[in-house]
Design a protein around this ligand. Structure first.
Ligand code: 13P
Ligand code: 13P
Ligand code: MG
Ligand code: MG
Length: 371
């Protein structure tokens, strides 16, 4: 076993081009300038600036541990610098996800999304960084469940003795800010009772079981769970989530980690964060959201970690093996779109509470008569 390494994936929408579709290269260049400086100064071991739809993604490796003020501060400063560029270009929603005026030590709850984990680097350490645009953190519930708990997805749960005992899921109630652990497979049905309600219960981390050869206190997957509307009190973008997943040797193989995305499952988000639609797995070059500001999409960047360095990325959905999922997604998109403003394409009323819909309803209030 090697040294401990921390991987931090911190993302924010600091301005879209055009509209909410993609990120301008000028923003990416500004971020690279900042992170390169931090690498020269020894704060970062390596970094990759990526984009998914209109979200700017900072993937960093370092030895500062999770919740490091230095790393979070670097991300915050980088987003602020990119916001300045976005304002100058008058990009759409410049600074959208920076909800507070000043950084105060930890970036959690300040707007950006964050997935971060510290672990002991193995002899071979494959890592996948997933980035979704136009959806919410609970969109990762289904694929993470399938990777670590579904034997029809992950053959290793059946045939690999190092993972045959299953995994532990840490689930957050993101509304009441509580967490609960489930040992699977024996608590699968309890887990599913919660995480099927994906707008409220979100898988935060996955841990190995006692019988795994991996250190028990080190997560093997982590998902961003920031919900902007709980912070801002209103709809300000849809908390597009990210996840880090480790693979192989006691964990799902790379192909088992990717397999859940062969199903273009339904997620909420899409236009104005108010619609259900299929998630489409795409290569980075197709990650800009166009049709009806979507459909929601997911990109996957693959790495091997070597002495803390993120070697990569591999554009994992740039593969004809996902073509069928993509065409299915387009067909489903067409079908649900035909429903226009009707549920279940449009989200149910309780999920519309944080959008601009209540303003419309208020206007109609005085016209209602008792029946
Ligand atoms: P390799 O033999 O190519 O390492 O693959 C092992 C494996 O688990 C593939 O899923
Ligand atoms: P983002 O959350 O990606 O900024 O999208 C917002 C939106 O309203 C799209 O229609
Ligand atoms: Mg946006
Ligand atoms: Mg976005």
């Amino acid at each position: 076993m090697g040294e401990k390494i921390t991987i931090s994936l911190i993302k924010a929408d600091v301005g879209g081009f055009p509209g909410h579709s993609a990120v301008r290269t000028e923003l990416k260049e500004k971020a690279i300038e900042r992170l390169e400086k931090a690498k020269r100064e020894g704060l970062l071991i390596s970094y990759h600036v990526l984009t998914a739809g209109d979200d700017l993604q900072l993937l960093m490796s370092h030895r500062k541990g999770v919740d490091s003020t230095d790393i979070h501060g670097l991300a915050w400063d980088t987003f602020e610098a990119a916001t300045e560029v976005a304002k100058e270009l008058k990009l759409h929603g410049a600074g959208q996800d920076l909800l507070v005026d000043a950084f105060s030590g930890n970036i959690r709850g300040m707007g950006p999304g964050i997935a971060e984990m510290e672990f002991t680097e193995r002899g071979s350490e494959p890592l996948v960084a997933f980035m979704m645009d136009k959806t919410e953190p609970g969109a990762f519930n289904l694929p993470i469940y399938k990777m670590f708990a579904d034997p029809f997805t992950t053959a290793g749960l059946v045939i690999d003795p190092t993972m045959h005992d299953g995994f532990i899921f840490e689930v957050w109630d993101i509304k009441d800010r509580k967490e609960v652990l489930f040992r699977c497979p024996e608590e699968l049905y309890d887990l599913l009772a919660l995480i099927g309600a994906k707008s409220r219960y979100v898988i935060k981390r996955v841990y190995p079981r006692d019988t795994s050869p991996l250190p028990k206190d080190e997560p093997v997957a982590v998902i961003s769970t920031e919900k902007l509307y709980f912070t801002a009190g209103k709809y300000v973008g849809k908390d597009d989530p990210v996840a880090l997943v480790r693979a192989q040797s006691g964990l799902p193989a790379l192909g088992e980690v990717l397999e859940p995305f062969s199903l273009p499952f339904l997620v909420s988000g899409w236009m104005r964060g108010s619609h259900n639609g299929p998630i489409i797995p795409v290569p980075f070059r197709y990650s800009h959201c166009t049709r009806f500001d979507g459909p929601p999409r997911v990109v996957a960047a693959g790495f091997q970690i070597s002495h803390g360095r993120l070697v990569g990325p591999a554009d994992l959905f740039d593969d004809p093996a996902f073509d069928l999922a993509r065409s299915k997604a387009l067909e489903i998109a067409d079908y649900v779109r035909a429903h226009g403003p009707f549920e279940p394409h449009r989200l149910p009323m309780e999920d519309m509470e944080y959008t601009t819909l209540p303003d419309i309803l208020k206007k109609l209030e005085s016209r209602f008569k008792n029946v």
